[in-house]
Design a protein around this ligand. Structure first.
Ligand SMILES: [Zn+2]
Ligand SMILES: [Zn+2]
Ligand SMILES: [Zn+2]
Ligand SMILES: [Zn+2]
Length: 217
């Protein structure tokens, strides 16, 4: 889960009673990834970054100190971050209460019965996604997992083929480039004209592409 977006799935418990020192004075919510300014004020990193980007000459929103730049921001102290981590939150997906904010990402990624996860056979292309508490039922019905030996072999072979095609493609391009250079310096002997005629369509196309690219220079 991308950093920060987990906050949309949680709600603070008893938000009114949260220590005002833990509240960001820009968004009026508990601080997220708190940073300190050189004038000793604390904001959520995303909030103060947005604020400073909006103003040509950045200033501190609280004391109006100028100039203030993003480079001057330092991470807030460990005790403050610990206090924020200990704030109690409720999971909006499974409604569990009393979770610590600092553990919420773990709750989402490992425990929450309602957070959306992939099938255990996602690596062999099962497209199923659903709440964690439906995974067990899905695994009974999953048509991909029983075919794991066959599918993983096919997928590995396919990957090899793609690599080979890519390699050959690069070789053709390199050859076409060489051929073009040779033609330009007129080093192709007369007896080689038949060879030229036999160049595949792909190679000829590459040749003309190279030519165009070179003409543009
Ligand atoms: Zn904020
Ligand atoms: Zn300030
Ligand atoms: Zn949950
Ligand atoms: Zn599946």
């Amino acid at each position: 889960m991308a950093n920060g977006c987990e906050f949309e799935f949680m709600e603070y418990m008893d938000e009114q009673s949260i220590d005002p020192n833990l509240i960001c004075s820009i968004c009026h919510k508990p601080l997220k990834d708190p940073v300190c300014t050189s004038c000793d004020h604390t904001y959520g990193r995303a909030c103060i970054t947005r604020w400073l980007n909006q103003n040509d000459i950045g200033s501190c929103p609280m004391c109006l100190k100028k100039p203030l730049s993003i480079n001057e921001l330092t991470q807030a102290s460990r005790p403050l971050r610990n206090m924020l981590d200990q704030l109690r939150v409720q999971c909006l997906l499974c409604t569990q209460t009393g979770l610590q904010r600092g553990n919420f990402v773990d709750h989402m990624n490992k425990v929450c019965p309602k957070s959306v996860i992939q099938c255990q056979a996602a690596d062999i292309k099962c497209p199923w996604k659903g709440p964690r508490d439906e995974l067990q039922n899905h695994m009974i019905a999953c048509v991909f997992e029983p075919l794991r030996p066959v599918l993983s072999t096919l997928i590995a072979e396919n990957r090899q083929l793609i690599d080979q095609v890519q390699k050959h493609d690069n070789e053709i391009k390199a050859l076409a480039q060489k051929m073009y250079q040779l033609q330009k310096s007129k080093h192709i002997p007369q007896w080689n004209t038949r060879l030229q005629v036999n160049i595949s369509y792909a190679t000829r196309k590459n040749l003309s592409d190279c030519g165009k690219a070179n003409n543009r220079k």
